[in-house]
Each structure stands twice: as structure tokens, then as C-alpha cells.
Write a protein of this length. Structure first.
Lengths: 198, 103, 103
């Protein structure tokens, strides 16, 4: 496992990356500038984007309706460029808790949540989340009552999912910014729910 | 058994989810960046990338880091597409390695 | 890639609420129908649209005509004999029409 800043010899895969990039640049297929620009754009795609969408849905009922009807169009309203993304936003209610997984690989709404965490891509999560979601959620510290239905979404195709968590009590009158601050990435995957700061 | 792909793991028994996370080094971010650029340019599809990851030997699939799998898959995809050749890649890797060693 | 509205698509056969079975087939190639759901019966939750077939895209072919893609809902207690949780729990998966048959 590499750590940023610490020296380690050039691995086979680092060698491959450098070689591939140099070849592609030599052939005019891409440029270093494009690669650097995309790396920068990727760094800018953080879960704050998803949290912004959630907070807006919490304060604006019409936006919420549009978001649930067409996730992609609603995010574009907020200025997020999401080329080729078919976003489906699924809402948690007092009767339903949603969670997402990609059992076949690691599909994830990256443009809104950033790069997926290691555990989302892990064998253990991908294997068990469809089969024993309640046990997996309990490992995340989230216990869902038996009176609440759990819907697990396995993103096998072109749709990408994001959970719209329930707005917690005690947040009445909060600004959008303050609301967005309690919406973590894990809430939008469905392995956590928003907590008021202790 | 190849009836069920090694990657096709939904429902199989597995252990506790380890909630480790790590920051990705720059070279791995560049792998991701190249994938996005090439996809948007219509040079490769995510489906080919997935197919080539699924085609990794099971031990490699399990042991390699996420972006090590991606760079392998990206390379295979580009070779299959004819955008680079195995020979070109081999020679470039030799050149880069020599340069890295101060040669 | 042609826009969604312009490309040829296979007609959608199933409607929301309809019960469908996932074919219990195990071919080789790139497949996006998870092994755990093959042979299972569920209900069409919605038609997501029509998309080029990923099995073909993975082989550098066009994947056209586009295949209808459905969100299919399965009761967990039907999928896993040892499922621990209320009967209401479900798993929802996107499945292409050619993997479905009327139940």
C-alpha cells in the first residue's frame, strides 16, 4: 500500500502507467495537460456536491420532487456537469431505508460523491450487502428496525444511485449550508444517517 | 469453476467489512483520469474495461490494488483496440525503467 | 454514439408490476446479470430505458439495437433461504430484457 510522500521503488504498475501515458501522448491521443486537468477536476468532485443536492432537497419541496423524478436534470439545475450519468435518487422514509452496492464491480455516483471508499469496493461489502444488509449496516453502527423495509440497490447497469436521507429533527430553520454539513458521504450510500453534531 | 465469474460475488460468504480508506497517490489518479478521457473521447468503453478486469486471474483480482487492476485492464483494452501494440508497450516500459534507474 | 432517441431499440415487453423470471443461464463473456439472481422471480419496478447491450459493447461491438433495461424488485426471503430480516426487505437490480422471461 503506497503512502503519499514516502519513497518506494517504481512498481510494475507505476511503470505501466507512465509508459502508457507517454505512448498515448506521443501518439497524440491525449496530452499531459488533459490528464492533469482531469486529475484536478476529480479532486474537486467531493461528497460536498452530493450533500449540497440533499440540503437543497430538504429545503425546497419542488426541487425534491424534480430530484426524485429525474436525478440528472435536477443536479444539472444546481450547476453540476454530469455527462453520461443516469442518476436515480432514492429517498429514505420512516418506512423505507435504502442502501447501494455494486456487487459486480464498484459503480458509484462519483461525480457527486467523489471516489468510492475502499470498503465499498471490497469483497466483503460487495458479497454481503445484498444477502445480509441488516448485519452489514449493524457493523457500520446503523440498526434499522424490523418495521422499516430495507431496499438494497445493486447497480448493475447504467443507472447510478444516491440515497436522499431523511432530514433529522432538530434542524428546523437551519441554513442550506448548515444542513449540507451533516450529510456525510456514508449517508448518501445508505450505511449511515445524518447525525446532529454532538 | 468458471460458471460463476470470480468477480460475481454477490451473496457469497465473506468477512466483516473493514472500513479502511486511503488517499490515492497521484499515479493512480492519473490512471483514473486517462480512463475518463479515453471514454469521453469514445476510444474505449467501460464495458471493455470491466471485461478485462473480470478476465484477470483470480489471485490477481484478489490481491492487486484497485488501480493496479485498472491500469492492467486499460492497457489490455488499448492493445485490443489497436491503439498501442504489445511491442510498443514493451519497448516503452524498458525505456522508462532505464530512465528511472538513472540509465 | 447515437442519442437515445435516435438509435434502434428492441420493443419493451414487460410492464411495471409484471412478474418475471431471470433466466438461469451461465454463458461466458461479459455479463451484467449477477449470478445470485439467475433463476429468481421478481416484479418489474420500472422500465429504465433502452441501452446498448453491455455484453456486446465489451466485445467492441455496437450493442445495438438497444435493449430495454428494467429495474426488477425481488423479495429477499425469496432470494436467500436463510434471509434474516422482515419479509418486506427487497433487493432491486437492473436487468436487461433478454435475461428475463414471463414468470
Amino acid at each position: 500500500m503506497s503512502e503519499q510522500g514516502s519513497y518506494r521503488p517504481f512498481t510494475y504498475y507505476q511503470l505501466m502507467e507512465t509508459s502508457l501515458r507517454e505512448l498515448l501522448v506521443e501518439k497524440g491521443i491525449l496530452t499531459d495537460e488533459q490528464v492533469n486537468a482531469e486529475v484536478a477536476a476529480m479532486r474537486a468532485r467531493t461528497p460536498e456536491r452530493g450533500a449540497h443536492v440533499v440540503a437543497r432537497a430538504w429545503v425546497d419541496a419542488e426541487f425534491r420532487k424534480r430530484l426524485l423524478a429525474n436525478g440528472t436534470a435536477a443536479c444539472e439545475e444546481l450547476g453540476y456537469e454530469i455527462p453520461g450519468l443516469h442518476l436515480v435518487v432514492i429517498e429514505n422514509t420512516p418506512q423505507v431505508h435504502n442502501a447501494i452496492v455494486c456487487t459486480l464491480c464498484s459503480c458509484y455516483p462519483r461525480v457527486l460523491l467523489g471516489l468510492p471508499p475502499d470498503w465499498y469496493k471490497s469483497r466483503n461489502y460487495r458479497s454481503r450487502m445484498v444477502r445480509e444488509p441488516r448485519a452489514v449496516l449493524a457493523e457500520f453502527g446503523l440498526r434499522i428496525a424490523d418495521t422499516v423495509q430495507i431496499r438494497v440497490h445493486d447497480s448493475t447497469a447504467d443507472m447510478r444511485y444516491m440515497v436522499l436521507p431523511m432530514r433529522p429533527k432538530g434542524t428546523e430553520g437551519w441554513s442550506e449550508e448548515r444542513l449540507a454539513g451533516i450529510v456525510s458521504r456514508d449517508c448518501m450510500i445508505g450505511v449511515a444517517v445524518p447525525q446532529l453534531a454532538v | 469453476m468458471i460458471e460463476r465469474g470470480h468477480h460475481d460475488m454477490g451473496g457469497l460468504p465473506a468477512g466483516k467489512v473493514e472500513r479502511s480508506e486511503h488517499d490515492y497517490p497521484e499515479w493512480q489518479r492519473r490512471v483514473d483520469a486517462m480512463v475518463q478521457i479515453l471514454r469521453l473521447a469514445g476510444r474505449i468503453t467501460v464495458d471493455e474495461l470491466r471485461k478485462n478486469i473480470e478476465g484477470l486471474p483470480p489471485a490477481a483480482y484478489d490481491k492487486l490494488e484497485y488501480y493496479e487492476k485498472w491500469v492492467s485492464s486499460l492497457t489490455q483494452t488499448l492493445i485490443q483496440r489497436g491503439l498501442i501494440s504489445t511491442d510498443e508497450l514493451g519497448r516503452k516500459m524498458e525505456e522508462v525503467e532505464k530512465r528511472a534507474k538513472g540509465g | 454514439m447515437p442519442k437515445v432517441a435516435e438509435r434502434a431499440a428492441v420493443a419493451a415487453k414487460y410492464k411495471p408490476g409484471e412478474r418475471v423470471r431471470v433466466r438461469k443461464s451461465a454463458p461466458l463473456g461479459h455479463i451484467r446479470t449477477p449470478f445470485y439472481i439467475r433463476g429468481q422471480v421478481g416484479e418489474i419496478e420500472r422500465l429504465c430505458g433502452a441501452f446498448p447491450n453491455p455484453e456486446e459493447l465489451a466485445q467492441m461491438r455496437s450493442g445495438l439495437p438497444a435493449q430495454p433495461l428494467y429495474r426488477v424488485r425481488f423479495k429477499q426471503k425469496d432470494v436467500w433461504p436463510d434471509y434474516r430480516g422482515p419479509d418486506s426487505d427487497v433487493v432491486e437490480i437492473e436487468i436487461y430484457q433478454h435475461w428475463l422471461e414471463k414468470a
